[in-house]
Write a protein that binds this ligand. Sequence first.
Ligand code: FAD
Length: 337
Amino acid sequence: TPAPIETDALIVGAGPVGLFQAFQLGLLEISCHIVDALPAAGGQCVKLYGDKPIYDIPGTPRTSGHGLAESLLEQIAPFKPQFHFGEQVATLAREPDDRLRLTTSGGKTFLAKTVFIAAGVGAFVPKHIALDGIARFEGTRLFHHPESLDRFAGQTVVVNGGDDIALETALSLAAIAKQVTLLHRRDGFQADEAVVARMRTAVADGHMRFVVGQPAAFDGTRLQVTTPDAQTLELPVDALVACLGISPRLGPIADWGLELERKQVPVDTEKFETRERGVFAVGDINTYPGKRKLIVCGFHEATLAAWAATAIVFPGKAIPLQYTTTSTRLHTLLGVG
Ligand code: FAD
């Protein structure tokens, strides 16, 4: 097992609030690592409304979900936070020396002086096909929302799902795979009409097949399907690709001993600290009297949480407030002037 990564701060979640957390920590000379289950930064802004406009970011009359994520990444770049994408933080436990040990689904371990839970509504993870024992084929014969389709060239592939992503995936695969079957539980789709029309044409032209039914069993090479009229079909497959949507899961955070209230982590409003010393919670994941799930509120929370962390990272040291406008020290940190 690789050696644990030691850090002043670990941020769980690279949504807008987790990103701004890295900025506030950077100004206070606290270095950090950031872990996110998604393959890229931005959280809900990118995943749920990337191209939609946002009008209530202070000083920014109009941006988009993507635009905000890009601006935040540019703003925190001078502090060189280290990102770990595509991994979920799974466990959190206290070490005898008071540091916090965190492990990820990707097999990494962190030893952190402070932790900032900026997990929003939870980790965005693909919905799984509910069949016993199917997980053992993950990554070899079973794929959820694959990033790239290249590996399926020349293969016999079944795509399970009925939304835009499922249909687009099946259509893209039709061009490179040996045979593609789209499998959906009904002959109706939650997808753009134009995409559905392209799919129907591809089926009519014999470029792909469409089967109505539900997966019933999978042994890695054969997929058993139950049809609406209770027949069983058997489809030979090299790969089963599940595109059943991506939904947020609070997941492991519920097991970290933080006494959740309605799936939110209670914090105080001085430090935004949880009941565990050195474990802060900011953004949509936290709750306190008057809480509003807005980005601007998360930015304020992250600012005060960073200041509170200085007492742990630099014990006994009084940190003066400095302005980014005038402080030469901050200019050096920001690499400006
Ligand atoms: P999120 O954006 O949810 O990011 C959390 C991140 O943490 C995710 O990327 C997730 O994958 C990751 N994560 C969670 N658990 C783990 C784990 N265990 N391990 C690793 N990673 C994990 N707000 C506004 O202020 N103005 C608006 O105009 C506005 N419009 C909105 C429109 C829509 C359609 C929606 C859905 C929301 C809107 N919001 C708006 C709300 C705003 O998007 C949220 O308040 C904001 O995204 C919260 O940021 P966050 O960083 O706390 O969490």
